[in-house]
Design a protein around this ligand. Structure first.
Ligand code: S3P
Length: 432
């Protein structure tokens, strides 16, 4: 049976929200800590289904992950060469990050692994990681002429460094190559078409692995061990904060304080675009969490105007396009999004899903092959919308419903992928 939730419209959102841990950084903290000889404590880890997929995979590889009553993790690895062959197929669930990053890491190990995931993962393109990893001498086969999971990774013999020009801007692909490159016999150089999130590079440095950066080119020398920090504090996820940034902006009589938001410049496209749209956003208390910058953010209702979003900024806000489409429906004037074809291969085809689901509320959205055109403001009505089992779709339509005339969401439970408390938080903020 479908799971259904009803969201009533609200006349304002007020309050303070502790932003849950960053999904990208949570995955990487477990993978890197799992290669260490010394234990690593991880605080503010994102306890959501995607990151637990990574924990379960790392446990199956011989890494111990313990959790205390406050959700603080202790990861105990067996050293840089200490991963062991899993007894069974590894299940990445819905997580593209788990699938692609582990393909790089495990492709370089001297044992056999099979990696799969849910129906969405088995439709997502994997050739983008298989192509460079194969050039490194890693043997990978997969379904559909090695384009899709399940993926079978043969016991690695010699991994060689490569020089690779990435055809798509993807942090997952870059990270898969970098993880394999740690075990190579020569250096690896990667050039990105447009810079993508650099959490892997920052975390490598935290683990004593030097990364050389020149423009959009990254060079990595192989290592023999990692030197782990005793503790990693995961910053809050700006991609989760994005729902509140948009909600408070478009719902009159709103003021939200977002505590502990990661403001890594490779992720802050949402702040730049909302500010360009006229949003009332104040960034305070800037500080560091290891090598990642964080801040608190206050956002108040504002009159938004339409904006143009082009390819160059897409990697810095790639997961925020669905909720930005909601903002555009409440903004005065035209919003044009181009260069966003990557959204077609996310958890679902997000360009199509945005046009279709917000369309059920009466929104008129032009769907182009690589983006969307939205003329605002538009009047939306109550509708029953489908999440497409995509967490960011469920949360985006929820924000549209909160701001307009309410919404009923089918299969809302997928918010557990990145923000299990999302609907509970709405209840604490609503002003009627
Ligand atoms: C992620 C990278 C992005 C993003 C995803 C998380 C990561 O994917 O959409 O949610 O943790 O590296 P791509 O690398 O496919 O762009």
């Amino acid at each position: 049976m479908d799971q259904l939730i009803q969201i009533q419209k609200t006349s304002g959102l007020k309050g303070s929200i502790n932003i849950p841990g960053d999904k990208s950084i949570s995955h990487r903290s477990i993978m890197l800590a799992g290669l260490s000889e010394t234990p690593v404590t991880v605080t503010n880890f994102l306890h959501a289904a995607d990151c637990w997929s990574t924990i379960n995979c790392m446990r199956a590889l011989g890494v111990t992950v313990d959790q205390d009553k406050d959700g603080v993790l202790t990861v105990k690895g067996n050293g840089f060469y200490g991963l062991s062959e899993p007894n069974d197929i590894l299940d990445a669930g819905n997580s593209g990050t788990t699938t692609r990053l582990l393909t790089g890491l495990l492709g370089a190990q001297p044992f056999f692994t099979v990696l799969t995931g849910d129906a969405s993962i088995r439709k997502r393109p994997m050739a983008r990681v298989i192509t460079p990893l194969t050039q490194m001498g890693i043997k990978i086969t997969g379904r559909g002429q090695s384009r899709y999971a399940p993926l079978a990774l043969s016991q690695a013999e010699q991994v060689t460094g490569i020089t690779y020009n990435m055809p798509v801007a993807s942090a997952q692909v870059k990270s898969a190559i970098l993880l394999a490159a740690l075990y190579a016999n020569s250096s690896t150089t990667i050039t990105e078409p447009i810079p993508s999130r650099d959490h892997t590079e920052r975390m490598f440095e935290t683990f004593g692995i030097p990364v050389k950066k020149e423009g959009t080119t990254i060079t990595l020398e192989p290592v023999q061990k990692v030197t782990a920090p005793s503790r990693i504090d995961v910053p809050g996820d700006i991609s989760s904060a994005a729902f509140w940034l948009v909600a408070a902006s478009i719902i009159p009589n709103s003021e939200l304080e977002l505590i502990n938001v990661g403001i890594n410049p490779t992720r802050t496209g949402i702040l730049d675009v909302l500010q360009q749209m006229g949003a009332d956003i104040t960034i305070t208390n800037k500080r560091w969490s290891g090598k990642e910058p964080v801040a608190d953010i206050v956002v108040r209702s504002a009159k938004l105007k339409g904006v143009t979003i082009e390819a160059e900024i897409i990697p810095r806000l790639v997961d925020e396009i669905p909720v930005l489409a909601v903002a555009a429906l409440f903004a005065q004037g035209q919003t044009v999004i181009t260069g966003a074809e990557e959204l077609r291969v996310k958890e679902t085809d997000r360009l199509k899903a945005v046009a279709q689901e917000l369309g059920k509320m009466g929104a008129k959205i032009t769907e182009n092959p690589d983006g969307l055109v939205i003329n605002g403001p538009q009047k939306l009505s109550f509708a029953v919308c489908e999440s497409h089992h995509d967490h960011r779709m469920a949360m985006s339509v929820a924000i549209a419903g909160l701001a307009a005339a309410g919404v009923e969401i089918q299969n809302f439970d997928c918010v557990k992928i990145s923000y299990p408390d999302f609907f509970a938080v709405i209840d604490t903020l609503r002003q009627g």
